[in-house]
Design a protein around this ligand. Structure first.
Ligand code: SF4
Length: 341
């Protein structure tokens, strides 16, 4: 494996002009990062686009300005504030992690990625990013954007396919990082930015790339040869929602954590049409991907509220849905069919 000279310098110079600076969790000047804000932003960015995170970040921070306010809040309030970001398990993990941190006798945030990764909802890449930004830890971030840049640059053709390729990429990432810890936060940000803005999955902008002069894939015209994921086997999952309502009232069922829409209130779920209450009428079908599956959701309407006695099932006023953690999909469907104004 050849070591490309001054790779990190070129990344840093490019980033100062074209990197994503001025994000709300970045310090305005050269002062230290706010660890709490970086942590929240990294969890939000795990599975959500930056443009969406930018809309949701400040309102979340206004509600929970520090780790103590987050830990002392009800899980339901945290899940509600997560509305619009999706993948609500992240909000539940965030809340659990805040409680673990605040339960320490002498509170302190972790200093190393190896400690961040012990908290719920934090995998290697997230831990590395938080630690690189907030402690200048010299640790490679291997999120999907960085993996794309480095695997193309070094022509590691199928970097995530096996342990050896991953180890090779990790070693490569370590070699080309700056040695000066002061440069680690900026470098980490900018290498991610190059992946997101320049070395895009489709149609990378190699002519604008600061590291194209020694990018093996580009120089050897093999950019398309570098593969990132094994092709997914999409499993299909089907289930049914029955939206039971009468007048302004709707029946919702609490989904326990660890299940789809865990921590949220959804319409009652059914596996088969035959199980639906009498008088149910078909409304629409929705199809969308969730992790490595396709969810096929048939939605039925029941214009009468059946009896309910479970503590997990409650009736709510339709007008109060904005103050209850419900999937956005439910609100969209209610609006689409003019059941919610
Ligand atoms: S030259 Fe092209 S393929 Fe190589 S790192 Fe830059 S954008 Fe990616």
């Amino acid at each position: 494996m050849s070591v490309k000279p001054a790779f990190s310098n070129r990344v840093l110079i490019w980033g100062e002009k074209q990197g994503r600076l001025g994000l709300p969790w970045q310090p305005a000047d050269n002062s230290d990062f706010d660890i709490y804000k970086v942590w929240i932003s990294e969890i939000m960015l795990q599975q959500t686009l930056l443009s969406t995170v930018l809309k949701r970040f400040d309102p979340f921070i206004n509600l929970f300005p520090d780790v103590f306010s987050l830990a002392s809040s009800k899980q339901e309030s945290v899940v509600l504030a997560w509305s619009g970001l999706g993948f609500y398990r992240r909000a539940i993990n965030l809340h659990e992690a805040s409680k673990i941190l605040c339960a320490q006798k002498n509170f302190k945030f972790p200093k190393k990625a190896a400690d961040w990764v012990k908290l719920p909802g934090i995998g290697y890449s997230t831990a590395a990013a938080i630690s690189a930004f907030t402690s200048s830890e010299r640790i490679p971030i291997l999120d999907i954007n960085v993996v794309r840049v480095l695997s193309r640059h070094s022509l590691i053709v199928n970097p995530m396919s096996d342990v050896r390729s991953r180890a090779k990429l990790f070693r490569y990432a370590q070699i080309i990082m700056p040695h000066d810890p002061n440069l680690i936060p900026r470098y980490s940000q900018f290498i991610m930015d190059i992946g997101a803005l320049i070395c895009r999955k489709e149609k990378p902008l190699c002519s604008k790339c600061p590291v194209s002069s020694d990018c093996d894939a580009f120089q050897q015209q093999k950019v398309a040869k570098v593969k990132f994921r094994k092709s997914k086997v999409w499993k299909k999952i089907k289930f049914i929602w029955a939206i039971e309502f009468s007048g302004d009232m709707i029946i919702l069922e609490y989904q326990r954590t660890g299940t789809l829409w865990g921590g949220l209130w959804t319409p009652k779920r059914y596996q088969e049409e035959i199980d639906l209450p009498k008088g149910a009428s078909f409304l629409c079908s929705k199809e969308f991907p969730i992790s490595n599956s396709i969810l096929l959701l048939d939605i039925w309407l029941v214009k009468e509220i059946s009896s309910f006695d479970s503590v997990k099932t409650k009736s709510f006023n339709l007008k109060s849905l904005d103050s209850i953690p419900v999937p956005n999909l439910l609100k969209e469907v209610l609006k689409e069919f003019k059941l919610l104004h």
